[in-house]
Design a protein around this ligand. Structure first.
Ligand code: DGL
Length: 283
């Protein structure tokens, strides 16, 4: 058995890297749906169908747990798949399988509270508002998942989201540093204008953006803390596996990288981020 990691493309590698560091002995299968990337501008039903197909593929590859290393899939499709598809899928496969997302761990990291916690609304005076900026795909921004879930838990934290419609595609296709920097600066500027000041903290709410995290650091005021999704997801998975020993993560340290798109080496931006050329096999 193995742990599956799913993204529309190369962005989920940022999460994969953290998971592998945390579980060096586990077997991993990474699946990039590059035939259909980017997801961020697609209608919700398409995102649900594509995410389900990716999970099915990873279960077929012997995965017991699939981590959706994609905010767009996690915020648009995960709840529906957990409620309407997974129970039947477990029965058909005759073994324990589950799909986990990256939004819950990110909200836990942003609020400093466990997911189960919901604030009692006592109308307390908020002395100092902590503003979190979220950069994400249009589908994640439209879901308002970060605004809604943080607001349920912390009255002193406010979320403002900035959709970045082109950025995942630019990273996927290996756009040049100058063009990427200009795009990131434009989004940081637009978010600041919407808030009326700079955010106190930021979430790179699309896993592709982690690959250009330095550009966000340069565009945001110096020292703005970034809430780190890969680390938060690895922590959450460690807690989950401890509570659920029925999910077998394997022990051979295998690493496979599959793509529904063109197999072969990934672009230079990705190799630089990864620290070595990374070659995907045909899914
Ligand atoms: N990396 C993904 C995310 O976290 C998907 C980007 C896209 O396909 O638009 O949202």
């Amino acid at each position: 058995m193995a742990i599956g990691v799913f993204d529309s493309g190369v962005g989920g590698l940022s999460v994969h890297r953290s998971l592998v560091e945390r579980f060096p002995k586990a077997d991993f299968v990474y699946l990039a749906d590059q035939a259909n990337t980017p997801y961020g501008g697609r209608p919700g039903e398409e995102i649900v169908a594509l995410t389900k197909a990716g999970c099915e593929r990873l279960f077929d590859e012997g995965c017991s747990l699939v981590v959706l290393a994609c905010n767009t899939a996690a915020s648009v499709a995960l709840r529906r798949l957990q409620q309407t598809w997974l129970p039947g899928c477990r029965k058909a496969l005759g073994r324990p399988v589950n799909v986990l997302g990256i939004v819950v761990p990110t909200i836990e990291a942003a609020t400093g509270l466990p997911w189960e916690h919901e604030a009692e609304r006592r109308g307390e005076k908020v002395e100092k508002l902590d503003i979190v900026g979220v950069f994400s795909t249009p589908a994640t921004t439209n879901s308002r998942v970060y605004e809604i879930e943080v607001d349920k838990r912390r009255q002193d934290v406010a979320v403002f989201s900035e959709p970045c419609p082109e950025l995942a595609r630019m990273i996927e296709t290996g756009a040049g540093a100058h063009e990427l920097a200009r795009t990131v600066e434009g989004h940081v500027k637009a978010l600041k204008a919407r808030i009326g000041r700079a955010p106190d903290r930021a979430i790179l709410g699309c896993t592709h953006y982690e690959i250009v995290a330095d550009l966000f650091r340069q565009a945001l005021p110096p020292g703005t803390p970034l809430i780190h999704q890969p680390a938060a997801t690895a922590d959450a998975l460690a807690r989950y596996i401890e509570r659920h020993p029925e999910y077998d993560a394997g022990s051979g340290g295998a690493r496979r990288f599959l793509t529904t798109g063109e197999p072969g080496p990934q672009n230079g931006l990705v190799s630089t981020f990864w620290g070595a050329p990374i070659v995907f096999e045909k899914a």
